[in-house]
Design a protein around this ligand. Structure first.
Ligand SMILES: [Fe+2]
Length: 269
């Protein structure tokens, strides 16, 4: 079988043929073409294929200086549930656009902007904190990938039920009661002017409500995100039109993933 050409030295010109043939032999392929006409034919085909492949790879490297293997690649994650799992509370049409179009666009733009930049090879979290206030294009797209990844995990079909005990204790410490937490979270989401996010975060050992504009998130404000709700219009306009309060109410009553929030709290404590 012909192996990947990527480990072979590229053939720059025919004077380099012996060097190329050496790499060919190191992959267990024969360069002695004198055994039989049939073997000679097969080996010649393989050799021609490998040479052509090396030329294509060289062309790709010239056109795209940063190969995929060396770049930080953002990916669109699969939704951790079926797109119709929330019924009318968050419709499959919303997921079709929110996940399939908006989130995908952040992934695609983020990859284009990071490739070949000083941010290449860094983790998503490092890119977010190091690009904040310095490179709006990179920050906005990469942070929105992170935020949406976090949002999908903040949703659970049949969510919004009982709050795990340790989380409920922390909520009561910070807000007085679960109802007061829900009111604070809802108000945070409603009063976030324009596009943005509302978060339950852990900061300095205490739970807080944090609202952030556009792509900003708790990572750039020294806090650990526990759970979030996207309050960009694209998150709710299909199902709730302009009624952001109704969307936040549905999020808290039937969609919020308390197990995810609890796991994040446990990991940060
Ligand atoms: Fe969104």
């Amino acid at each position: 079988m012909v192996k990947s050409i990527k480990e072979l030295p590229p053939l720059d010109n025919w004077a380099d043929l012996p060097r190329f043939a050496k790499g060919y032999e190191e992959q267990g392929l024969r360069t002695d073409f004198s055994v039989s006409p049939f073997i000679t034919f097969l080996n010649s085909c393989q050799f021609a294929f490998l040479w052509l492949d090396s030329r294509l790879i060289q062309s790709e490297l010239i056109i795209t200086p940063t190969s995929k293997e060396n770049s930080m690649t953002l990916e669109l994650p699969k939704l951790p549930f079926s797109a119709d799992a929330f019924g009318s509370a968050m419709s499959s049409e919303t997921f079709e656009y929110h996940h399939g179009k908006h989130h995908q666009a952040y992934v695609d733009n983020g990859n284009k902007l990071v490739a070949g930049s000083e941010f290449e090879g860094k983790s998503m979290e490092d890119i977010i904190t190091s690009s904040f206030g310095k490179n709006p294009g990179v920050f906005n797209n990469v942070a929105q990938v992170y935020n949406h990844n976090f949002f999908w995990n903040s949703l659970a079909p049949k969510g919004g039920g009982n709050i795990p005990a340790s989380m409920e204790t922390k909520i009561k410490e910070a807000f007085g009661s679960v109802d007061e937490f829900k009111e604070a979270f809802t108000q945070g989401g409603i009063t976030q002017f324009g596009s943005g996010w509302v978060w339950l975060v852990l900061k300095d050992g205490k739970l807080e409500i944090m609202k952030t504009p556009n792509a900003e998130n708790p990572l750039v404000h020294g806090a650990t995100p526990l759970v979030t709700c996207d309050v960009w219009e694209h998150a709710y306009y299909v199902d709730y039109r302009n009624a952001r309060p109704a969307f936040l109410s549905a999020f808290l009553s039937s969609m919020i993933n308390w197990e995810f929030a609890e796991a994040n709290l446990a990991a940060a404590s």
